[in-house]
Design a protein around this ligand. Structure first.
Ligand code: NAP
Ligand code: ZN
Ligand code: ZN
Length: 360
């Protein structure tokens, strides 16, 4: 039994639910059973319908970022339906369609939490998986049938979005929406997106919906037709050195979604004077940069990590309003390991989503 501080408000005992977990780093994921805490006063219990596979799941399951906690149940792109609410819950009712992203808790008191930047909580936020909750227990993610989450970290999925194509928005959507908004993607602005994978394809859709002129910078022209259908105006192969000559000094904003180390100096050359390259990719190795590529042209190299809870809701509402869901390949749970291989081979079109009905 957990030692959570709100144990007195709990209505039911721990339950055990089916899940898929990595038993150790590098080991394939396999079916298992995990505990879910009882529903506390401000908790909702969610029957998971769909869970997206983010490249971050693979980095962590394979311990590429270090300090992995095993067994690990990945999954921070969760879409489902509320099946139980705690007595103090005010935002949600049984039957509501909801989502959970990368965070399930934070200190709620620091300046960042108060500013809606829970992802940068200085008191330490709690990740949806591969983290230790305030109750001292490991958190387990969305590759499972049910999850119990505080309503403060639960968002509403608008009626206009189907749950399957909405699931990836909980990470890929917010991680691209937040920097595109912050760095001013809008009519009259030229935005480039490096990498047309899970994050990249949402960046293209969202930047296009924000009114920007969008260019995809992909390793090859293999996915050009798709990129143009998703809303890109232009599509270039970065394997062709002529791309870097032709596009020199072109963009106001570049968003890199690449999961591997990249030659940022070359890409900074594609910015206009005063432009910004925002990196959201989280490669396992460091990169080196000649700082002259930043000084010349007063350029900015920035980073961005997911988004806060209020902004995640704002992003979902924006996507519903503009009819933006993820392009998905729906898979059974027993296809997760194969999907990981395909993501690692840049063979994802454009997000694998697990049908949680196949987890049992
Ligand atoms: P993904 O679906 O695998 O997409 C990454 C894309 O990058 C690939 O489809 C590929 O696109 C391109 N790429 C891969 N290897 C490359 C290489 N060696 N050189 C150049 N391009 C390469 O991954 P994702 O789920 O979108 O995640 C992307 C990265 O963002 C991961 O590192 C993930 O951990 C990170 N992430 C960060 C945040 C955050 O908060 N900052 C949130 C979520 C994910 P092309 O085939 O078009 O070249
Ligand atoms: Zn993610
Ligand atoms: Zn905080």
């Amino acid at each position: 039994m957990s030692t959570s501080t709100n144990a007195t408000t709990r209505t039911t005992p721990n339950t055990h639910v089916a899940a898929w977990a990595a038993p150790s780093a590098k080991a394939p994921l396999e079916r298992t059973t995990i505990p879910r805490r009882p529903v506390g006063a401000t908790d909702v219990r969610i029957e998971i319908k769909y869970a997206g596979i983010c490249h971050s799941d693979i980095h962590q399951a394979q311990d590429g970022w270090g300090e992995g906690i095993y067994p690990m149940v990945p999954g921070h792109e969760i879409a489902g339906v509320v099946t139980e609410v705690g007595p103090a819950v005010t935002k949600f009712a049984v039957g509501d369609r909801v989502g959970v992203g990368c965070l399930v808790d934070s200190c709620r008191e620091c300046d960042n939490c108060k500013a809606g930047l829970e992802q940068h909580c200085t008191g330490g936020n709690v990740g949806t998986y591969n983290a230790i909750g305030k109750d001292g227990e490991p958190t387990y993610g969305g590759y499972s049938t049910h999850v119990v989450v505080d309503e403060a970290f639960t968002v509403r999925i608008p009626d206009g979005l189907s749950l399957d194509v909405a699931a990836p928005l909980l990470c890929a959507g917010i991680t691209t929406y937040s920097p595109l908004k912050h760095w001013g993607a809008a009519p009259g602005k030229k935005v480039a997106v490096i990498g047309l994978g899970g994050l990249g394809h949402m960046a293209v859709k969202i930047a296009h919906a924000m009114g920007a002129e969008v260019t995809v910078l992909s390793q090859s022209l293999r996915k050009k037709d798709d990129g143009l259908k998703l809303g890109a105006d232009h599509y270039y192969a970065t394997s062709d050195p002529k791309t870097f000559e032709e596009l020199a000094g072109s963009f106001d904003v570049i968003v890199s979604t690449v999961s591997a180390p990249l030659d940022f100096g070359a890409y900074l050359g594609l910015l206009r004077t005063g432009g910004a390259l925002v990196n959201v990719g989280a490669p396992e190795e460091p990169v080196s940069l000649n700082l002259f590529s930043l000084i010349g042209g007063n350029k900015t190299l920035a980073g961005s990590m997911i988004g806060g809870i209020a902004e995640t809701q704002e992003m979902l509402d924006f996507c519903a309003e503009h009819g933006l869901g993820s392009e998905i390949e729906l898979i059974r749970a027993d296809q997760i390991n194969e999907a990981y291989e395909r993501v690692l081979a840049s063979d994802v079109r454009y997000r694998f989503v697990i049908d949680a009905a196949t987890i049992n």
